[in-house]
Design a protein around this ligand. Structure first.
Ligand SMILES: Nc1ncnc2c1ncn2[C@@H]1O[C@H](COP(=O)(O)OP(=O)(O)OP(=O)(O)O)[C@@H](O)[C@H]1O
Ligand SMILES: [Mg+2]
Length: 529
């Protein structure tokens, strides 16, 4: 059980939540929801003890263990799969690392020997010798092929990557499992798998997600973070949505009735207060009027950014031509002699389970990765802009949002940049926030802002809806429908693909492609046959 007692958390002037009192009881699955930047990840970090409350305390049941699947699925990219799981047991992993270091030490001395003895003792007490095989068994149980257990994380397809991160969390045998947006990067099949897993999992789960279908399937409770408050609802996402809408409707109706009454009273008072025979009635109505109070409708932090990609320079008829492209990684063929040409107005969805190939292709087109053979040619007038699936390299700097974006537009007009940022939901002091502390969704919003400032006539987007809340996804969807240039898009969002794209390229597991000029639903129909 977790008790949240009078907890307040603020970063400088920004108060994320105030005086929160909540209890998470055993065996339930809690969906933690709220707009991008509301404080969901921060709340999970409070639970794990990674950060401290500003006020109040968090009490976790005695002896109860917590495990955490973080929002950043790329964090362990340079580690081997097996090591990621072992890292789940922090102490054991630290011992293994220190032991390795000592065994490899050249000037090994007596005190090193004593230290090593102690480490070995602790290691065997923790059943360290079977840890690796336990980790491997856990991975296999989650459906990760045994021949990939010693691969680097960055070589794992996204579906499996999330399973490895889940294995890392489960390796600690937790009583409480915390999951931060686990369905990002997952396709439908993998999401179904995770849903089944969570439905059958008997310990407590707290899961952050923007995916309402997923939340409906797995949650017994919803915790909503909005405007500094955290509210607990019993039931799934739809139930939360309906009850919160109902509450707003009731307040509006009551307020409307009160406003009508106020008007009626005011009219009466205005008409009759000078009238001697009715002045007594007018005075009593004044008293009634004073007592009527309108219920406050708390504003929501859920807002729509304004996403609009304006083309400055339209382009000629040569757009992009890919010819016999071959790309290999560690001797494995990822893209096998693929060719396609773009025509004006093409908005292509890249689909298929092979996300490594999709990302590689986008990186090759953007000249970020070298290919083995073939040709990739942009038309001379094409000005592309890229939304990479992993944006770590952009955000590990100590720059403010304002300074970061000034590199891409309005460099000499901070006022104009600030009003642009206001439309992207960064207002007032928020523009001075450092980009390395932004939430997942805020980073995505900054990337989209960067792309808008670049005034591209060609967009490449790799899983742009990951991390975004529903309002931002809706705005992005509109922006992409309205965009007049060409688009290459990889996404798991059915609605986004089917409303934006007019051509589908499927990358097959063998690295070849199927290219179809039709919308997504037609493609799905045809694929069934
Ligand atoms: N170390 C920090 N210093 C200052 N501000 C921070 C820090 N960490 C987070 N923030 C801010 O706190 C807010 C909440 O961040 P958090 O990551 O918890 O949001 P979130 O609800 O998980 O959003 P998302 O849905 O986008 O993942 C954001 O506005 C973020 O910029
Ligand atoms: Mg988050």
């Amino acid at each position: 059980m977790i008790s949240i007692n009078n907890v307040t958390l603020s970063f400088g002037k920004q108060v994320l939540f105030e005086d929160v009192n909540l209890k998470f009881t055993n065996g339930n699955c809690y969906g933690l929801i709220g707009a991008n930047g509301a404080g969901k990840t921060t709340f999970l970090k409070l639970l794990t003890g990674e950060i401290d409350t500003t006020k109040g305390e968090i009490v976790i049941g005695k002896g109860e263990r917590l495990a955490y699947l973080e929002q950043d699925h790329y964090k362990y990219d340079d580690n081997r799969v097996i090591d990621v799981v072992l890292k789940g047991n922090t102490r054991l992993y630290d011992i293994m690392m220190e032991k390795d270091k000592l065994y490899n030490k050249v000037d090994f001395n007596d005190s090193d020997g004593i230290r090593l003895g102690n480490l070995e003792a602790e290691f065997s007490e923790m059943d360290g010798w079977s840890a690796e095989s336990d980790a491997s068994e856990l991975l296999s149980n989650l459906g990760i092929p045994i021949d990939t257990h010693y691969n680097l994380m960055k070589d794992m397809p996204n579906n499996l990557k999330v399973k490895v991160l889940l294995a890392k969390a489960l390796f600690q045998n937790p009583d409480i499992l915390l999951l931060d947006e686990p369905t990002n990067n997952l396709d439908l099949e993998a999401i179904n798998w995770l849903e089944e897993f969570l439905i059958n999992y008997s310990n407590t789960v707290i899961v952050v997600s923007h995916d309402r279908y997923f939340l409906n399937k797995v949650c017994t409770h919803i915790v909503d973070i909005d405007y500094g408050k955290m509210k607990l609802f019993v039931g799934n996402y739809d139930f939360w949505y309906e009850s919160s809408q109902l509450l707003i409707k009731q307040i509006k109706e009551q307020n409307k009735k009160k406003e009508d009454k106020i008007k009626e009273l005011k009219d009466f008072i205005a008409r009759f207060s000078a009238n001697a025979s009715k002045s007594k009635q007018a005075t009593s109505r004044k008293k009634i009027l004073e007592k009527i109070e309108l219920e406050e409708l708390v504003p929501s932090s859920r807002r729509y950014p304004f996403i609009d990609f304006k083309i400055e320079n339209s382009h000629g008829k040569d757009i992009l031509s890919v010819k016999d492209l071959v790309y290999e990684e560690d001797g494995k063929r990822i893209l096998d002699k693929i060719s396609f040409d773009l025509q004006k107005g093409d908005k292509i969805a890249f689909v298929g389970t092979n996300n490594i190939a999709k990302t590689a292709l986008f990186n090759i087109i953007m000249r970020e990765v070298k290919y083995n053979r073939g040709e990739v040619l942009f038309g001379k007038t094409i000005k592309p802009s890229y939304f990479p699936v992993d944006n770590t390299n952009y955000f590990n700097k100590n720059l403010s949002i304002l300074d970061f974006l000034a590199q891409y537009g309005y460099a000499n007009d901070p006022q104009a940049l600030r009003s642009f940022l206001g439309r992207m939901l960064f207002s007032n002091d928020e523009v001075f926030k450092k980009i390395n502390v932004l939430s997942g969704g805020e980073k995505a919003r900054v990337m989209l802002s960067k792309m808008m400032l670049e005034s591209p006539n060609f967009l490449i987007l790799d899983e742009p809806t990951n991390h975004l809340d529903m309002e931002s996804i809706t705005s992005l969807n509109k922006g992409l429908i309205n965009f007049e240039g060409e688009i290459l898009l990889a996404s798991h969002d059915h609605e986004l693909i089917s409303t934006v794209c007019n051509r589908i390229i499927e990358i097959l597991p063998n690295g070849k492609i199927i290219d179809m000029r039709c919308d997504y639903d037609t493609y799905l129909e045809k694929r069934k046959d």
